[in-house]
Write a new protein. Structure first.
Lengths: 113, 111
């Protein structure tokens, strides 16, 4: 069965560079969530989209932005990267129609050096 | 705000022994509760979930969890742990259409 696909799996960037993380939800899932998990931390909610519109916003820095496209994939754009942005970034998808089981991708490990 | 607490940061059990991981929730109404497992460097895999109904929930990999309203708990159990169960386990609840995770419990299995 198709799962949530995230790319790239690993990314190394220097401080002040930009990064773009991509998430491809499970087919027919219209809701996407982004989470950030720092080293030894629990996942923290960043932002979510439903039907290509932002539906909720968590602790996402102003340097980050995200969007969901017409094919429901989502991209998280991160600018002016800081060392503290090094983390595992997860994407999850659901149908958004009362089905609250979220399926997670394997994550993108971002390392800022 | 709705939240979950996992009081144990690390737990070590012997292979073949029983396991119970604790999770307490804070919410007046019936919450949606989940247990996820994360192997090192991997994504989160859903073990089981509770929305309503039967308070004993069966999940994958031989795990089960029991919702106890009187104790505000949703503890994860397994009767016999395998070495491959070593991972980090997260309890989560739904709040505002998003998941809120506990701090996680790292399970070590000794042979």
């Amino acid at each position: 069965a198709a799962g949530v696909i995230q790319s790239p799996r690993h990314l190394i960037k220097e401080k002040r560079e930009t990064a773009t993380l991509k998430c491809y939800p499970i087919p027919r899932h219209d809701t996407v969530y982004w989470y950030q998990q720092g080293p030894g931390q629990d996942p923290q909610f960043l932002i979510s989209f439903y039907e290509k519109m932002q539906s909720d916003k968590g602790s996402i820095p102003d340097r980050f932005s995200a969007q969901q496209f017409s094919d429901y994939h989502s991209e998280l754009n991160m600018s002016s990267l800081e060392l503290g942005d090094s983390a595992l970034y997860f994407c999850a998808s659901t149908t958004g129609q009362g089905d609250t089981e979220a399926f997670f991708g394997q994550g993108t490990r971002l390392t800022v050096v | 705000a709705q939240s979950v607490t996992q009081p144990d940061i690390h737990i070590t059990v012997s292979e073949g022994a029983s396991l119970e991981l604790r999770c307490n929730y804070s919410y007046g109404a019936t919450p949606y509760l989940f247990w996820y497992v994360q192997s090192p460097g991997q994504g989160l895999q859903l073990l089981l979930k509770y929305f309503s109904g039967d308070t004993l929930v069966q999940g994958i990999k031989g795990f089960e969890a029991e919702f106890k309203r009187s104790q505000s708990s949703f503890n994860l159990r397994k009767p016999s742990v395998h070495w491959s169960d070593a991972a980090e386990y997260f309890c989560a609840t739904e709040y505002g259409n998003k998941l809120v995770f506990g701090a996680g419990t790292i399970l070590r299995v000794k042979s």
